[in-house]
Design a protein around this ligand. Structure first.
Ligand code: A2H
Length: 274
């Protein structure tokens, strides 16, 4: 990155820990023979989390698209930590981003970091979440290949209607579910995506339209995906109109700060810079 500072919205997706706890290990779905959420519900972690809600925190440039969340992505081989954010909350993100957050005053005493646990992305696959503004009561944590440890929180919330990367990854996961160690029930019910933004050139599912137009086949078509991302981002930001929720009918440029403020005021998001 150059000299500029990138301002992200950190969005808090709550881990449905009680749901995991109430499902015995032997009844859970498995990821590579390991029950979903085994690490998060291990006795030591549960003891450290006592009295706290647990959130995955995703960094996004497009808070106005949160109505379209269908899942959350992590990198399976990336290292994540569970960090104490306050007396009542713990957040899952990379250590790099947790340090930045602490220095930005998001955790109370600036610069202090209280780590409650360490895990890999694969430990989070299949974990159910409650995502703010999403049109589903429960979405799932899924693997994505291009998640960078060096950007944002290492957690990406997925909006397949308006993000070509997110859409193509879901398509890959459906096509090769066994290879990616995912259950179809974590992906298929959320496809095709529901429209959340109307655009003049690419209709109301801009990411889907551009992925089809450029004939993008998989997550590995990196150059075409970069092109698609650029096209969809510009179209959505400059010409998009919100189709759902409290700010329905408003242009994206106008709705974006309003939706961000709404999420922050509800305690469901924060500003994060790097
Ligand atoms: B965006 P920039 Cl709807 N690795 O959020 C890879 N990608 C990451 C990431 C990481 N560690 N952290 C965040 N991102 C994604 C929504 C969205 C995003 C839409 C459309 C486009 C879009 C829903 N996913 O991004 O390199 C996040 O996905 C395209 C610009 O800092 C974040 O915003 O410019 C964006 O990339 C940040 O990318």
């Amino acid at each position: 990155e150059g000299v500029g500072v990138q301002e992200y919205t950190g969005v808090k997706l709550q881990v449905l820990l009680d749901e995991l706890i109430n499902t015995p290990l032997e009844s859970r779905d498995k990821v590579k023979d390991v029950p979903v959420g085994q690490y998060l519900t291990s006795p030591d972690v549960l003891a450290a989390l006592k009295g706290k809600k647990l959130f995955m925190v995703a960094a996004t440039l497009r808070p106005e698209t949160m109505y379209g969340q269908t899942n959350c992505y992590v990198g399976v081989d990336l290292n994540y930590g569970i960090y104490q954010a306050s007396a009542t909350e713990a957040w899952i993100c990379t250590e790099r981003s947790a340090k930045n957050m602490s220095f930005q005053g998001l955790f109370g005493t600036r610069g202090e970091l209280n780590k409650l646990g360490s895990l890999k992305g694969i430990d989070l696959i299949g974990v159910p979440l409650k995502a703010p503004l999403a049109q589903y009561p429960r979405i799932y944590t899924l693997p994505m290949e291009g998640v960078l440890a060096t950007k944002g929180t290492g957690v990406v919330t997925s909006v397949p209607s308006d993000s070509p990367d997110d859409f193509i990854t879901m398509q890959d996961l459906i096509k090769k579910s066994a290879y990616y160690n995912v259950q179809l029930k974590w992906v298929e019910p959320f496809m095709p995506p529901k429209p959340i933004i109307q655009t003049p050139n690419y209709g109301n599912l801009a990411a889907v339209a551009v992925v089809e137009q450029l004939k993008i086949q998989s997550q590995k078509d990196k150059d075409k995906l970069a092109q698609a991302k650029e096209l969809v981002y510009k179209e959505g930001f400059y010409s998009g109109v919100i189709l759902v929720g409290q700010f329905k009918g408003k242009p994206v440029q106008e709705a974006k700060p309003l939706i961000k403020d709404y999420l922050i005021n509800e305690g469901l998001a924060f500003t994060y810079c790097e």
